[in-house]
Design a protein around this ligand. Structure first.
Ligand SMILES: [Zn+2]
Length: 349
């Protein structure tokens, strides 16, 4: 594993995080998403922790970031009203997500109203919590872990449908249109040129996607690569997708590298440049209004909304034991319980 920079809890919150793209990305992956069902908290609750007025923080939310799993369940509700929990469980077994099956089994054991024959669509009224819990688990993108999209495939939802569950950005064909523009303006430009531009804007992920194309070599013209629809689909998806933050360079930076005028690029997708993810906007705002806030404050904020997954992200950037040390005097229920358990454990030895 690569060695990460280590920060101290006393480091300034906004400056530190805004200077560390990986950390920022990790945090907004966790905190951007708003769950409609269940009780999972998000960036809004962090804003509330810092006593930012709702009126103000609603402005941060320029791009609606929703849970694709929740959208998938809404889709099932209308398109497959006959689907029962047993069917979802089968899908989960087939993608090896026994952890999510356990959530369902636990509900079945706790509440008489839910069993394998319960209609999935009825959960929206009776137990929306289940949907929120499952969504939280299936949204997470981790290597080696199947996600909502694998479940969608195993439930035989057509790929064209479930691809739209993720973000509205997917519908924006800005990258596709950019490539058309490049093809017209620079008919002799090659795949190698494209790769070198992508290297400049540090988009190794896109280069990897291009190299998956077995049909053309790097000497080939861009227009030949564009005929490989599968590869282009991935390339465009990657370049469109990252628009949620200004910090990861996207299709518009690529366009600039090709020397395409800003006016043209603005035409491709007028409002997209302005989009910042809500977590990033929140941190920017804290940098202005509370510049004395530190990483320790953020640790308290995230702890108070029960998002240990976001703390895990932060943990990598701190010395071992830092987070526990910051929270050592916490008297919340969760910490008290953990301490009791630890003590019981120690006494038992
Ligand atoms: Zn606590």
């Amino acid at each position: 594993m690569e060695k990460k920079r280590k920060f101290k809890p006393s480091d300034p919150l906004a400056k530190t995080i805004l200077d560390c793209l990986d950390l920022l990305e990790g945090l907004f992956r966790c905190l951007d998403k708003e769950y409609k069902y269940g009780s999972c908290k998000c960036w809004k609750h962090v804003a509330e922790y810092f006593e930012i007025e709702e009126q103000e923080y609603q402005n941060f939310n320029c791009s609606q970031v929703h849970s694709p799993t929740e959208v998938m369940f809404e889709y099932l509700q209308t398109r497959r009203p006959e689907m029962i929990i047993g069917g979802v469980k089968g899908g989960l077994h087939s993608i090896s997500r026994e952890d999510v099956v356990c959530v369902l089994v636990e509900y079945e054991q706790t509440y008489d109203t839910v069993d394998s024959d319960t209609l999935v669509c009825s959960l929206f009224d009776s137990d929306p919590d289940i949907i929120g819990k499952i969504a939280f688990l299936l949204d997470v993108q981790k290597k080696g872990l199947n996600t909502w999209s694998d479940l969608a495939a195993s439930l035989e939802i057509p790929r064209g449908d479930f691809k739209t569950f993720e973000t509205c950005n997917k519908d924006c064909p800005a990258t596709e249109r950019l490539f058309e523009l490049v093809k017209i303006h620079y008919p002799r430009t090659t795949v190698r040129d494209l790769i070198s531009h992508l290297e400049e804007i540090k988009r190794q992920d896109v280069i990897v996607a291009i190299r998956k194309c077995t049909k053309v070599s790097e000497d080939a013209l861009l227009k030949d690569l564009m005929e490989d629809l599968d590869v282009m689909e991935n390339v465009c998806e990657l370049l469109n997708q990252k628009q949620r933050t200004k910090r990861v360079k996207n299709w518009s930076h690529l366009g600039r590298r090709y020397g395409i005028k800003k006016e043209y690029l603005d035409d491709l997708s007028p409002s997209q440049e302005e989009i910042v993810c809500p977590t990033e906007a929140l941190i920017q705002s804290l940098g202005g209004s509370q510049p004395y806030s530190t990483l320790a404050d953020l640790i308290w904020a995230i702890h108070s909304i029960d998002r240990d997954d976001a703390l895990e992200v932060l943990k990598v950037y701190l010395q071992d034991g830092c987070i526990a040390n910051v929270l050592r005097l916490c008297d919340c229920e969760r910490c008290e319980k953990a301490r009791e358990q630890e003590k019981g454990h120690a006494d038992g030895l």
